[in-house]
Ligand binder design. Structure first.
Ligand code: SF4
Length: 276
């Protein structure tokens, strides 16, 4: 029996901080870092993972799905994934992980998976494992590391935040349906080709009778209309001002903590597998 320790990186802030934390606090553990690549990630994600490898001094294993997004989209009759039918996470993120650990578990190895749920987070999604040999640990929760702690860890390690944090606070697919409307607007500006690709997936889906558009209540074509873009921007700015007015100043962090889009709009709008 071999003990194995694995830590999944999403390209997001919290899992990167957990990797740094484990390296500092548990250098005795030989942790295998992995990234499940949906093939539809932002270039900034790959850049961040590359820098993280430098900080960890270790390569991050890339787990690629056996079939890509287009294959699964066809299997699902061109119906876009959605918060209600999240086949994308299952097929592109969980399945490659399960395929990777399956032989380890079959050999009787004890696998511990470390997950970056912070101490200040509520989480509703369980990380229940199907195998007795696979256990899940939440070191940030166990050790009381909150969002401020995560940011401090990343700053102290020199890694900092992923560069996409300037405009969106989530890793994962460019077209993730958990995105807020303001993130779609910014995707259109920063990565117009990815926005166009999402638009074309949506057109095909609608043609096949899919009840879902990427963003609730409107197509990307409608969302991209200049009047609508202006409205989304002003709604977002107003929401941000309201939140800033509510925040108590922290004397230890005079510049304040960055406000995540998910904090602003509510944490249910994220996927713990893809966006941590
Ligand atoms: S990032 Fe979003 S679209 Fe991509 S697999 Fe995760 S939930 Fe699905």
């Amino acid at each position: 029996m071999v003990e194995r320790h694995v830590l999944g990186l999403s390209g997001g802030r919290d899992s990167a901080a957990l990797a740094v934390y484990m390296r500092h606090h548990h250098p005795e553990l030989d942790i295998e870092y992995f990234f499940t690549d949906t093939g539809k990630e932002l270039p900034e994600v790959y850049e961040y993972l590359g820098r993280l490898e430098g900080v960890l001094g270790k390569p991050i294993l890339r787990l690629n799905p056996d079939r890509d997004f287009d294959f699964w989209l066809m299997q699902y009759n061109s119906f876009l994934p959605s918060a209600q039918t999240r086949w994308c996470t299952r097929m592109l993120k969980l399945r490659p992980f399960e395929n990777w650990v399956k032989p380890m578990l079959k050999d009787g190895d004890e696998v511990t998976s470390y997950v970056a749920i912070r101490s200040d987070e509520d989480y509703r999604e369980g990380y229940s494992s199907k195998s007795q040999n696979l256990s899940v640990r939440l070191p940030f929760r166990e050790d009381g590391v909150d969002k401020a702690g995560v940011i401090e860890l990343l700053e102290a390690s020199g890694l900092g935040l992923p560069s996409y944090y300037e405009w969106r606070s989530r890793s994962g697919c460019t077209f993730c349906f958990f995105q807020q409307k303001i993130e779609w607007v910014r995707l259109m500006e920063r990565h117009p080709e990815a926005f166009e690709e999402a638009k074309s997936y949506e057109k095909t889906a609608v043609k096949h009778g899919s009840p879902f558009t990427w963003s609730q209540g409107e197509s990307l074509e409608e969302l991209a209309h200049p009047d609508r873009v202006a409205q989304i921007r002003s709604d977002h700015a107003a929401r941000l001002e309201r939140m800033k007015a509510k925040i108590q100043p922290n004397p230890l962090r005079p510049d304040g903590e960055p406000i995540d889009i998910d904090d602003l709009y509510g944490q249910s709008k994220m996927c713990l597998t893809c966006h941590k």
